[in-house]
Design a protein around this ligand. Structure first.
Ligand code: NAD
Length: 296
């Protein structure tokens, strides 16, 4: 397939490389020249104008930082929507609010173009390894058309519902992730405050009713598990700033439907405060620091 790819940053770079490695003809645009050079080295063609990435493109993929960037790319003054060929499929993999996803998909539909939102779970490691989970919103037909392309970048493809539903499912997941990470951190700290070994406590809770992903796969206590950010000074992984972005999106989504999300709201405040203490670029499991005692 001939693919135009927009945004080759931390996630988009390895995703575009995996598409090229699978035999697709990928042309990428990113405003940052160094990222275009890195993409070239991974087998992706690049261009310094967005229009050139669209030439002959049967599929257009975007992986951008924000709703403003997505709106600007497709609908802005010099937006690409009018220049995309009529039978092309648009796949936006950015994590943004569902309302913006729906708005851009509606504009695409008015131009006769199929568009899906396909935010991902799995982080930079999953993007590199080609093991991402894609959580899609769009028509069944459009998601089926996207599936073979997404398979080259990930191992799971879900359809959550119509346009915007992928974004809603993704932020529901990340809100729950924030909540169980905070709960895991406070439980481990309380055990340690009572003299328990966090490794032993983790083993007990893992096979008991408190078991959860943060405890079992991504333990926040340094040294309990190898190869997790907690055992690497909380470097790498999923940053507090990105978690804050997703919790902000969850809050917006809750406001839009007047949903009660007290745990999500508290998680948002705790993570905002954590970022304000200088942890913005650390992994989100560093929230354990919130419960550490200064007298230890
Ligand atoms: P990033 O900032 O590294 O990459 C985004 C890229 O988009 C940048 O290189 C930027 O120059 C480029 N860009 C901005 N406007 C553009 C435009 N008009 N045309 C082309 N390129 C443009 O961000 P990232 O970490 O790759 O994240 C991308 C998206 O994936 C975000 O929405 C993020 O929430 C989501 N996400 C990230 C992770 C993660 O662990 N990094 C995990 C899951 C989801």
């Amino acid at each position: 397939m001939k693919i135009g790819f927009f945004g080759v940053g931390n996630m988009g770079g390895p995703m575009a490389a995996n598409l090229a490695a699978a035999g697709h003809d990928v042309t990428a645009f990113d405003p940052v020249p160094a990222l275009r050079e890195a993409a070239e080295e991974s087998g992706v063609h690049t261009t310094d104008t967005p229009a050139d990435a669209l030439a002959g493109a049967e599929v257009v993929i975007s992986m951008l930082p924000s709703a403003a960037a997505v709106t600007g790319l497709y609908l802005g003054d010099d937006g690409i929507l009018p220049r995309i060929q009529p039978d092309a499929l648009i796949i936006d993999c950015s994590t943004i609010d569902a309302a913006t996803s729906r708005r851009v998909a509606e504009a695409a539909a008015e131009s006769g173009l199929a568009m899906i939102d396909a935010p991902v779970s799995g982080g930079v490691g999953g993007a590199r390894a080609g093991t991402l989970t894609f959580i899609c919103g769009g028509s069944e037909d459009a998601v089926e058309r996207a599936r073979p392309i997404l398979d080259a970048m990930g191992k799971n493809v879900f359809r959550a519902g119509p346009p915007g539903a992928g974004q809603v499912a993704k932020i529901c997941n990340n809100m729950l992730l924030a909540v169980h990470m905070i709960g895991t951190a406070e439980a481990l700290q309380m055990g340690a405050d009572h003299g328990l070994d966090p490794k032993v406590l983790s083993e007990i809770m893992r096979v008991s009713s408190g078991g959860n992903w943060s405890l079992e796969v991504y333990n926040p206590w340094p040294g309990v598990m190898p190869n997790v950010p907690a055992s690497n000074n909380y470097d790498g992984g999923f940053g507090v700033n990105l978690m804050n972005k997703d919790l902000g999106l969850a809050l917006e989504a809750a406001l839009a439907t007047r949903s009660a999300t007290p745990m999500g709201a508290l998680a948002r405040s705790l993570y905002a405060s954590h970022a304000n203490q200088g942890y913005g670029n650390k992994d989100f499991s560093s929230i354990l620091a919130l419960f550490k005692r200064k007298d230890d």
